[in-house]
Write a protein that binds this ligand. Sequence first.
Ligand code: BTN
Length: 244
Amino acid sequence: IGKNLHYEETVDSTQKIAHRLAYDDAPEGTVIIAEEQVSGRGRMARRWHSPKYTGIWMSIILRPNISLPKAPQLTLLTAVAIVQAIEELTGLLPEIKWPNDILIKGKKVTGILTELEAESDRINSIIIGIGINVNQTKEDFPSDLEQIATSLLLEKGETVSRADLIKGIFTNLEKLYLLYLEEGFLPIKLLWESYAISIGKKITARTLTQSIIGKALGITDDGVLMIEDDHGKIHHVYSADIEL
Ligand code: BTN
């Protein structure tokens, strides 16, 4: 991962470029990384604030030979790789909020956006977009993000090397990805659960159409969240925002 690396100063969104490269048969492990995004994309059609030189804004192309319903597994795998890399480099202890937010002391430092190119049930490519707030100061965050977002600099109290963190992520991601291809999702799932905060707790899951309140039981083998509501009914949630 990262051997084929495209580096850009300013782009609209690295996701957009990755889609184009994937369409042009870019090899697995291709990475596109930018210093700044002017229209960074978040989950659920939100924007992702991506100011210059302060964060890691990148998209990674993978081409696993798996069926469509298994795609969320790669998002969970990526979250584990990033948590491990942050922990190794900074000593901070990030946690994962399903499906893919990485938080430190309850504030978001990383978001992951996974997009697919598929033909019928077969995946052609998975594009994993990673946004990490690394060296932003308080003033770098717009006021609406101040309460909910943080950076590694703010949590650690010193500047963190983006190059070292990127290296750590590539190393961990490659290790976990190879493990995944060899042994399947189970070992990844166990690691993911060891970093997850919402499991076993009462949560509210807001999907685009409804809110489900109940206890988060865990994830299925496909990475789908299971919630048990007060009537004992179990809901499978594929995409939602979670509140603890
Ligand atoms: C989220 O909503 O939590 C996911 C945010 C993902 C942001 C990253 S930054 C690099 C890549 N390019 C984008 O436009 N978005 C992702």
